[in-house]
Design a protein. Structure first.
Length: 335
């Protein structure tokens, strides 16, 4: 029982109302829907168990101690900001500095927007008369309230608004796997409550992912175009492919030299919010060699001759064309 009290930050013997209040405050912070910390779920479960334990134990006390209902303190407003992430940062998770600008009372004038003058001054609007010329004739001078002289002037620091911008930088832990449009909620980092003892609101960060020079996101699939020698596609073999977690070696089946896709399950974008991890989809783009040297030319000519001999099987369209227009089954070697 004492452990349950200390988990909720309470001393033994406090009222049921205090237990409820402590639990509500901690639950706001630790609820796994609001707190991305992986430890949050377990901690929240422990808090709830402690709470239920204490509430059950206090059933009898409740009937004797009647408490005045606590007024609900107004909570501060939530603060919404955008947070742009590079794909690498979003993939691995990161700690990101987030600048929070805040409007505070001007220090120079204490928020009044005015500063006192050591000597009173003739009002420059009405030139001391207390009245100004307007459409309907002479009117009361607003600047000096009709007195003709001023003992204050607008604060030169805040230009009369009474407010200035202050700010601080928050190190935000970004869990891996967030996508554009997701929201990251940081509890109690929003606007302060209008009342001194009220809870501040939450900071709600709207995620957007920067475009990447290589990868493209398609749901949770990560797509990339990988140039590859057309001959490698024909012969099959190994190929190194970059992933956001580092390069991996994949096996290519021997087959056609036409563009094809290679799909590696679970190597794409990490899972999040109950979604499974995506696949890495490699779009293989065949490349043909250019301007070969004599040694390569010899090898290719040899290959070409061999292909010509077997054209009916390996180059059927060419074989049909030659049979139609040259009147024989296959061409003799051109070289
Ligand atoms: Zn000021
Ligand atoms: Zn005046």
């Amino acid at each position: 029982m004492n452990d349950a009290y200390s988990l909720l930050g309470l001393s033994p013997g406090v009222s049921r109302q205090d237990v409820k209040r402590a639990f509500r405050r901690l639950a706001m912070h630790w609820h796994p829907d609001r707190n991305p910390d992986p430890a949050a779920q377990d901690h929240f479960r422990a808090l709830r168990a402690a709470y239920e334990n204490l509430i059950a134990g206090q059933q009898d006390v409740e009937e004797i101690v009647q408490e005045a209902p606590q007024p609900q303190r107004p909570r501060g407003a939530d603060r919404r900001q955008d947070l742009a992430l590079d794909l690498e940062e979003a993939f691995l998770g990161c700690e990101k500095p987030v600048r929070l600008a805040r409007d505070i009372d001007c220090e120079a004038c204490g928020g009044s927007g005015e500063e006192h003058l050591t000597h009173s001054r003739l009002c420059e609007h009405c030139h001391g008369s207390g009245r100004v010329r307007a459409k309907g004739g002479l009117q009361h001078c607003e600047a000096c309230d009709g007195r003709g002289y001023r003992t204050r002037r607008p604060c030169s620091t805040c230009l009369g608004s009474g407010r200035t911008q202050a700010g601080r930088t928050l190190a935000v832990k970004v869990p891996p796997g967030l996508l554009t449009g997701d929201e990251l909620r940081i509890v109690r980092e929003g606007e302060p409550s209008p009342e001194a003892e009220g809870e501040p609101g939450d900071l709600r960060l709207r995620i957007s992912l920067n475009t990447h020079a290589l990868y493209r996101l398609d749901g949770r699939d990560l797509r990339l175009v990988r140039p590859v020698s057309a001959l490698r596609l024909l012969s099959g073999g190994e190929l190194t492919v970059p992933t956001l977690a580092g390069p991996v070696v994949v096996h290519i089946e021997a087959g056609s030299a036409a563009p094809r896709e290679l799909r590696i399950e679970n190597a794409g974008y990490p899972s999040g919010r109950g979604q499974p991890a995506g696949a890495l989809v490699v779009e293989l783009q065949p490349m043909l060699p250019e301007d070969c040297d004599p040694q390569l030319r010899r090898l290719i000519a040899e290959l070409d001759a061999e292909l010509s001999r077997k054209s009916a099987r390996y180059l059927p369209e060419l074989a049909r064309w030659e049979a139609s227009w040259l009147g024989r089954k296959s061409a003799s070697p051109r070289r």
